[in-house]
Design a protein around this ligand. Sequence first.
Ligand SMILES: [Fe+2]
Ligand SMILES: [Fe+2]
Length: 248
Amino acid sequence: MEGVRPSRLDSFLRPVHRWVWRDPLRRARKLFRFAETEADGGRDLSRAAELTADALLRRLYLRHALDEQRHAVLFRQRGRSLMNGLPSAAHDGFEANWLAPGERGLDDLHVDGARDGSLLAFLHLSEKAAAGRFAIYQEVLGSDPGTQAIFSEILRDEAFHMRYTQTQLVRMEPNKHRLRLWQARLGRLGKAYLRAAAAIAGLLGTLLLLLQYAVLLPPFALLAKRAARREPKGWTVRRQTSSMKSQY
Ligand SMILES: [Fe+2]
Ligand SMILES: [Fe+2]
């Protein structure tokens, strides 16, 4: 797709993306997850169309919202047909969402209270990142032409979203469009940091729990075993130590 290229990092990680998309169950689950994000983004864009005072932007936001809703349907249908082709006993799988997150950004969209310039800048960066990711997914899905065709179709819309948001940003804020882009970049960076911090915290929590199980539990189990060995076997009558005159 002209003007849409995967990022350098995604190109470098091509073998990883190939691995992520190889498993049909994971592929289906990821498509369902993508469908949720797209539908969510579609709803937010309908809200943006309601809020804007600019007639052209309203039309574009509505078209954008319809595109995202259609992407949701396409992803869901493809996910369902992949699932139907799998053995009935589907298992839980690892989705690797942080490696292949789809149209991330749309899930972070805050429409209420945002001015058109800031919203357009945020949308432009999100759509650009999504288009780059979809381009690499499309490349590595050679073994599944059905899913590959879905990504090619959606990629055309994402490229349009990426372009119209930039053009409209320049129209709405001719003198500040670069500033808005930098502000949006910083906002995305902050969110990426929070996401990474939460993922690392989750990982550390799991590691600490495992460490507790491995280091703290064995000595207690050993002590309990020793104490059990000292206990006399069978039923025993204990010597009465409490006074019969008192409750205690
Ligand atoms: Fe989309
Ligand atoms: Fe999009």
